[in-house]
Write a protein that binds this ligand. Structure first.
Ligand code: COA
Ligand code: ZN
Length: 315
C-alpha cells in the first residue's frame, strides 16, 4: 500500500457558492443557511459559503451578506467568501468572512467574460484588496484562484508557464493561498500531475487547493493525480452541483460525497462523516428542484448492504 495515502485530504465544500451560483430557481436565504449549517455538522472544515460579486452578475447569491450573518459558525470551520474586487472585499470583511478568495482567469478572454475586465485590472484590484485587508487589521486570510488553469472554453489550451507565473505573482502580492481551477473540466490527470508538481515548487501543499469540475468525467481521476503529486486540499460540491454561468458548457464540481467515499474506501482520512453527508445530499433535489449528478448518494456506500432476496436464499 502507498503510505502517502495515510495523509489527510482536506475538502473545501463549495456547493453554497459554486453550486448555487448557477441555479435558475431562487434558493431562500434560510435554506442556504441551513445547507451551510448542515455541512458544518458533517466534519467539513472549510466551506465557501457565498460570493460578494455584482448582484447583476450572479443574482442567485445576492444575499451573501445575510447568509454569512445567519450561519452558525462551527468550531474550527473556515468560512470562505469569493470576491472579485475591492467592493466585494469590503462586503466580505463586513460579513466576517474568515477567508477571501479572489478570482482571475489565466485566460484573458474568460476573465473578460466572467469579471468584465482585463487580467491586468483584476491584478490591480487584488493589490487594492491586499492593502484593504492590511489597513483594516483584519485576521481574514487571502486566497487567489487561477481560473481556467487547465484549459479555457474560448481559448483552448492554456500555457502552463503562465499559470505558474500567475501563482507566483499572487504570492509576491502577499496572497498566501493559491487555487488552480479547472473551470470547465478540461484537465487530464497527466497535465494535473505536471502542473501541481511545478506549482508545489513555489507553494507549500498546505496553501494549495485544486478545484476540479467533472464536466468530462475526469474529476476524481484528476484528484488522485494531484494527490499523488503532493496536493492535499480539494474543492468539491455536495451532490456535484456547480458551474460558472460565464463559461459555455460549464457543469458540476466534483461531488463531495463521491470524493469522501473514494477516500474512505482507499484509507485516505478526510474527517468527514460520510453517512451524514449523504443524508444531506439527498435533500438537494428538493432544494434545487432537479436531480443532481452525484453518484454515491444514489448508490449508497459499499457497506450499505441490501437484504438478500428470498429467491436467492432459497438456492
Ligand atoms: N458587490 C456588489 N455590487 C458590486 C460589486 C460587488 N463586489 N462590484 C460591483 N458592484 C456593482 C457596482 O456598484 C455597480 O452597481 P450600480 O450599477 O448599481 O451602480 C455595478 O455592480 C457595476 O459595477 P462595475 O464596477 O462597473 O462592475 P462591472 O459591471 O464591470 O462588473 C464585476 C465587474 C467584477 C463586479 C462583475 O463582473 C462580477 O461581479 N463578476 C463576478 C462573476 C462571478 O461571480 N462568476 C462566478 C464565480 S468565478
Ligand atoms: Zn468552479
Amino acid at each position: 500500500m502507498n503510505h502517502a495515502y495515510k495523509e489527510p485530504l482536506i475538502v473545501q465544500e463549495v456547493a453554497p457558492r459554486d453550486g448555487l451560483q448557477i441555479e435558475k430557481e431562487w434558493v431562500e436565504t434560510e435554506d442556504k443557511i441551513a445547507l451551510i449549517d448542515g455541512l458544518s455538522a458533517c466534519g467539513i472544515t472549510r466551506i465557501e459559503a457565498g460570493s460578494f460579486v455584482s448582484p447583476k452578475a450572479i443574482p442567485a447569491l445576492r444575499d451573501g451578506d445575510a447568509v454569512f450573518n445567519g450561519i452558525r459558525r462551527g468550531k474550527g470551520v473556515i468560512y470562505v467568501a469569493l470576491v472579485p474586487n475591492v467592493k466585494g472585499a469590503e462586503r466580505a470583511l463586513a460579513a466576517h468572512a474568515d477567508e477571501l478568495n479572489l478570482v482571475m482567469s489565466a485566460s484573458e478572454t474568460h476573465n473578460r467574460a466572467n469579471m468584465r475586465m482585463s487580467c491586468e485590472s483584476s491584478l490591480a484590484g487584488f493589490g487594492d484588496v491586499v492593502r484593504l485587508v492590511e489597513r483594516a487589521g483584519s485576521a481574514a486570510s487571502l486566497n487567489a484562484t487561477v481560473a481556467t488553469a487547465f484549459g479555457c472554453p474560448f481559448e483552448g489550451r492554456i500555457d502552463e508557464n503562465r499559470v505558474v507565473s500567475i501563482a507566483r505573482t499572487y504570492r509576491e502580492m502577499g496572497i498566501k493561498g493559491i487555487t488552480l481551477a479547472d473551470t470547465t473540466g478540461m484537465a487530464n490527470p497527466r497535465q494535473v500531475a505536471r502542473l501541481v508538481a511545478r506549482v508545489l515548487d513555489d507553494v507549500p501543499a498546505a496553501d494549495l487547493t485544486l478545484h476540479f469540475h467533472n464536466t468530462r468525467g475526469l474529476g476524481l481521476a484528476n484528484v488522485l493525480a494531484a494527490y499523488d503529486a503532493g496536493a492535499r486540499r480539494f474543492d468539491a460540491a455536495l451532490g456535484g452541483l456547480g458551474g460558472c454561468p460565464f463559461a459555455p458548457g460549464a457543469s458540476g464540481n466534483i461531488c463531495t460525497e463521491d470524493l469522501a467515499n473514494m477516500c474512505e474506501e482507499m484509507g485516505i482520512p478526510t474527517g468527514i462523516d460520510l453517512q451524514k453527508l449523504i443524508a444531506l445530499s439527498r435533500t438537494l433535489p428538493s432544494l434545487v428542484g432537479h436531480d443532481v449528478p452525484g453518484q454515491v448518494a444514489k448508490a449508497g456506500r459499499n457497506c450499505d448492504l441490501h437484504p438478500v432476496p428470498e429467491y436467492v436464499r432459497a438456492i
